[in-house]
Ligand binder design. Structure first.
Ligand SMILES: Nc1ncnc2c1ncn2[C@@H]1O[C@H](COP(=O)(O)OP(=O)(O)OP(=O)(O)O)[C@@H](O)[C@H]1O
Ligand SMILES: O=C(O)C1=C[C@@H](O)[C@@H](O)[C@H](O)C1
Ligand SMILES: [Mg+2]
Length: 181
């Protein structure tokens, strides 16, 4: 399947908990691509968790690191890249994302909340009203996520494998037609 995208990178965008990391790993296998998770690269390079980075350096510093990592990875080919949920917020990041095919995993707030209710690794959800916070982030970011090449809506419980299969099935519909001679 590595020929499907002809080496073009696949970027996964969407809210925290949408499954970018989980589904991204499966897609990388199916495409015979490498897998990169921008959050993991940042945490490994900094030697700190994302929570620690937010607490010690602040969100603005994290966002700069995120842009730096994205700028580096887009120089490579044959990668599936799971991004952080807020990567869409910086205009400059779009110039990197558009080097590849951008897939938005669109998951409603109830499913996100169920997945993340017990999770303490997302600093932006350490809020008195995590569901309200998710709602306001979705409202703010939906116009940005909508700039993706492909939107995959997950309205009910589906396994990561089922979602990855749907992405694979939809990819041909958004590829530019090859010129035949
Ligand atoms: N299709 C799915 N069904 C049920 N649970 C899922 C599904 N996809 C992911 N999850 C679970 O939801 C949680 C969040 O998934 P994941 O870390 O892949 O999200 P993410 O989009 O990478 O989030 P972030 O932006 O915070 O990195 C994990 O515990 C994961 O196991
Ligand atoms: O939605 C967000 O802004 C975030 C999502 C995560 O992937 C991490 O990048 C971090 O927790 C911030
Ligand atoms: Mg992730």
């Amino acid at each position: 399947m590595s020929s499907l995208l002809q080496g073009v990178n696949l970027y996964l965008i969407g809210m925290m908990g949408a499954g970018k990391t989980t589904v991204g790993q499966l897609l990388a296998k199916q495409l015979s691509y490498g897998f990169v998770d921008t959050d993991n690269v940042i945490a490994q390079a900094a030697g700190k968790s994302i929570n620690q980075l937010f607490a010690e350096a602040g969100e603005a510093a994290f966002r700069q690191l995120e842009s730096d990592v994205l700028a580096q990875v887009c120089a490579y080919t044959k990668l599936t890249i799971a991004t952080g949920g807020g990567i869409v917020m910086r205009q400059e990041n779009w110039s990197y994302l558009h080097h590849g095919l951008i897939v938005w995993l669109d998951v409603p707030v109830e499913l996100l909340y169920n997945r993340l209710a017990e999770d303490t690794t997302r600093p932006l959800l350490q809020d008195v009203d995590p569901k309200g916070k998710l709602r306001s982030l979705i409202e703010e970011r939906t116009p940005l996520y909508s700039q993706a090449d492909l939107k995959i809506t997950v309205n009910h419980e589906e396994t990561p494998e089922q979602i990855a299969n749907r992405v694979m099935e939809m990819i041909p519909s958004v590829l530019k037609p090859q010129v035949s001679h």
